[in-house]
Design a protein around this ligand. Structure first.
Ligand SMILES: C[S@@+](CC[C@H](N)C(=O)[O-])C[C@H]1O[C@@H](n2cnc3c(N)ncnc32)[C@H](O)[C@@H]1O
Length: 195
């Protein structure tokens, strides 16, 4: 649900992200949150699904998690978010609680590679938004946690086309997937597992 608590935290995080962009912070320290329209898009993907199980790789301070969590709250489900940076993880917990979504969103503060190696759950949607050089390897691990009909959404495929053009090409030429680049904001690659 996009209630007042959710909207207030999203608006605050948008202001903080904009202010950070104006300072000269090292990239690792920045929130690097998705655009608000991408947040709405993620919300729209998960809200109509019953008991939607979402895995997020790269939770940062919780901006995209909050959109996803607000979506799964409609018809049940949960968001398992992975973030390895301790300061961001602490902010994630605070922001998700402030938004009233702690019952729908869980954080694993760890390296996604280790987490994926130990997971046995099956997910309906994976949101891939970690460091770009890791997308290929993270996709391979995440795919094991999806059944036919499962969806991987990868951000930044157009904003970082040099790093991620090959990622989109590999997904689109894989006959076991149906994959499309959605030219929204930084570019999203949507890949549905066929078999
Ligand atoms: C682009 S930001 C994510 C932004 C977030 N999805 C949002 O919209 O608010 C990428 C995040 O992925 C995290 N990250 C990168 N590689 C990771 C890994 N292997 N395991 C866990 N977190 C990782 C970084 O610490 C960073 O916070």
């Amino acid at each position: 649900m996009l209630d007042e608590r959710v909207l207030e935290v999203l608006a605050r995080l948008e202001r903080e992200d904009e202010a950070e962009g104006e300072r000269d912070l090292p990239v690792q320290e920045r929130s690097l949150a998705v655009e608000p329209t991408t947040g709405r898009f993620l919300f729209s993907l998960v809200a109509p699904q019953t008991a939607c199980e979402v895995l997020e790789l790269g939770g940062s301070r919780g901006y995209s998690t909050i959109w996803l969590g607000a979506g799964v709250r409609y018809l049940g489900g949960r968001v398992l978010s992975v973030e390895q940076d301790p300061a961001k993880a602490e902010a994630w917990r605070r922001n998700v609680a402030d938004a009233g979504l702690a019952d729908w969103c869980e954080l694993v503060e760890a390296d996604a590679f280790g987490v994926l190696g130990g997971l046995e759950d099956i997910f309906d949607v994976v949101f891939l938004d970690a460091w770009k050089g890791d997308y290929e390897a993270l996709f391979a691990l995440a795919r094991r946690r999806l059944e036919p009909g499962g969806l991987v959404v990868a951000d930044n495929v157009l904003s970082h086309v040099e790093a991620l053009g090959a990622y989109s090409e590999a997904r689109q030429s894989d006959p076991t997937l149906a994959s499309v680049t959605v030219p929204l904001d930084r570019g999203l690659e949507l890949s549905v597992v066929l078999r």
